[in-house]
Design a protein around this ligand. Structure first.
Ligand code: HEM
Length: 285
């Protein structure tokens, strides 16, 4: 048996798509090291490192979930070859996150065991981690062969539950951050898209535009509701933030912009294909 390197395709030829994706997977880690070296996380950087390693583990997991919609909507079937790599990278960041957390707690495993068993956020995190490890361990070709395509697909649909638990852990941690709602909004889009795709609506541009709107409304309502419930600000005060950029761009607008961009790109691509002289017209000669 000969090893296939992460930058090679199944026939062991160099793949630009896989090599490029692999390089991108290192960017958050390099950014994190650079932030620590520049002293951006203060004299004890482990707190900041725990937050950002957890953030990137969750964001990369969502990126793995985004591969199927991207491949389906834009007809880029080749993209599927990088899905496994992105999923395994999410697991690697989650493991790094847990190791950083151990260091944050001075490797005091009696304290760590007690904290993990008593804090609901960490119980949720542990279940999510077990899910990620199970998905990672069964992502190799031999496991796919042993489990059969159907059994493997059934197990791997649990990736949505694993991601939901990772987001719940993020939401239950102390502090309220816009990024929590941004990732929740993306997750709403991804889950709703899967439901729509099962009904044959996953590539329809008008449906995608409505999905963008629904995801935006969900994100806004969720953020406003949480700030109102946990911070006690008046609703009018919270809504006013949505029409300024003092605290950065509100997550709901980012979710809307990205969702509409996807809908517009799907519309342009589908109409270009159908138009005379468009992409699908065979060349003469
Ligand atoms: C046994 C597994 C895990 C443990 C013990 C753990 C522990 C922690 C701890 C202690 C924090 C700091 C905030 C707090 O005190 O609640 C944190 C934050 C975070 N974790 Fe985890 N984690 C685990 C697994 C995961 C996994 C699998 C993910 C995502 C895939 C994740 C994503 C995050 C995120 C996004 C944050 C930032 C939230 C914040 O600091 O406010 N964690 N985690």
């Amino acid at each position: 048996m000969q090893l296939i390197w992460p930058w090679q395709d199944r026939s062991r030829r160099f793949s630009w798509l896989k090599a490029g994706t692999l390089a991108v997977m290192f960017v958050p880690a390099i950014w994190l090291i650079e932030q620590v070296a520049a002293g951006e996380f203060g004299p004890v950087p482990l707190g900041g490192m725990t937050y950002w390693s957890g953030f990137w583990a969750t964001a990369i997991l969502l990126a793995a979930l985004a591969i199927t919609p991207a491949a389906t909507i834009f007809g880029w079937r080749r993209l599927i070859v990088v899905r496994r790599m992105i999923g395994v990278t999410a697991l690697a960041y989650a493991i790094a996150h847990i190791i950083i957390y151990f260091a944050l707690r001075f490797w005091n495993f009696a304290f760590i065991a007690n904290e993990i068993a008593t804090r609901l956020s960490l119980i949720v995190a542990t279940v999510s981690t077990i899910g990620l490890v199970a998905l990672g361990a069964t992502s190799v070709d031999a496991a796919v062969r042993r489990m059969g395509a159907k059994g493997w697909r059934r197990l791997h649909s649990a990736v949505y539950l694993t991601a939901a638990l990772a987001i719940l852990h993020y939401l239950m941690s102390p502090g309220l951050f816009p990024d929590q709602f941004l990732l929740s909004g993306f997750f709403f889009w991804l889950t709703a898209w899967r439901v729509l795709d099962r009904r044959g609506q996953g590539t329809h541009a008008a449906t995608l535009a409505l999905l963008a709107l629904a995801a935006c409304l969900f994100t806004a309502a969720f953020e406003v509701g949480c700030i109102w419930a946990f911070r006690g600000y008046a609703l009018t005060e919270i809504f006013s933030i949505y029409f300024t950029t003092i605290l950065g761009i509100p997550p709901a607008w980012t979710v809307l912009a990205l969702g509409l961009l996807i809908a517009a790109a799907a519309f342009a691509q589908q109409n270009l294909r159908r138009a005379p002289g468009g992409l699908d017209v065979p060349k003469l000669g």
